[in-house]
Write a protein that binds this ligand. Structure first.
Ligand code: FES
Length: 194
């Protein structure tokens, strides 16, 4: 191989390697908008203290994860369209009125929340405790097509929940996702105290 050919082969390898890196970074950038997470101070978590989180920067339709007492708490900014679908999905649910589920009294309402646009729910599947994935993509073919109104899907054994954490019929999970105690003051969410 001539010196010039050797240099060209070398250049090609470098170009292929850098394209692969850009490709991987692109996938990461696409995957992250749905889920971001913040972690409270280790001291607050150890004490089981209430955790405060400014949720002003969550975009409509986006979810963040806040850790509270070792559990992931999912916080979703629901859009008007998402709220409308809470009614449409009811015939597919085990307990659409959440009469058997765990939630504070102030969340015993059709949206299971203090403010309809903000869902605060434990991200712990009521079957065997896996963390469900956020799947807001209405009509997703792998989740039932027209019967999928957006919500959470547990990858462990296939349980499905709607965007109020209410469990679908015909899946292993028996109950709706619990709602923790929380309060809202403007954009400040406090989890762990009413
Ligand atoms: S732990 Fe979620 S379906 Fe089994």
């Amino acid at each position: 191989m001539s010196h010039a050919e050797g240099v060209n082969v070398q250049r090609r390898r470098v170009l292929i390697a850098s394209t692969a890196v850009i490709g991987a970074a692109g996938v990461a950038a696409v995957a992250t908008p749905f889920v971001r997470s913040w972690t409270p101070s280790a001291k607050a978590e150890a004490a089981g203290a209430a955790v405060m989180q400014d949720i002003g920067s969550i975009e409509a339709g986006q979810m963040i994860v806040v850790k509270y007492r070792g559990k992931p708490i999912y916080v979703v900014k629901r859009t008007e369209d998402m709220l409308d679908k809470l009614e449409d999905v009811k015939p597919l649910l085990v307990d659409p009125d959440s009469s058997e589920s765990v939630q504070p009294e102030y969340c015993a309402n059709p949206t299971r929340s203090l403010e309809p646009s903000v869902l605060v729910v434990e991200g712990v599947c009521t079957h065997l405790g896996c963390a469900p994935n956020y799947r807001p993509d209405v009509g997703a073919a792998d989740l039932g097509g027209n019967d999928w109104y957006g919500g959470f899907f547990c990858p462990c054994h296939g349980s499905k929940y709607d965007l109020a954490g209410r469990v679908y019929s015909g899946v292993p999970a028996p109950l709706n996702l619990p709602i923790p105690e929380y309060s809202m003051d403007g954009t400040i969410l406090t989890i762990g105290e009413a």
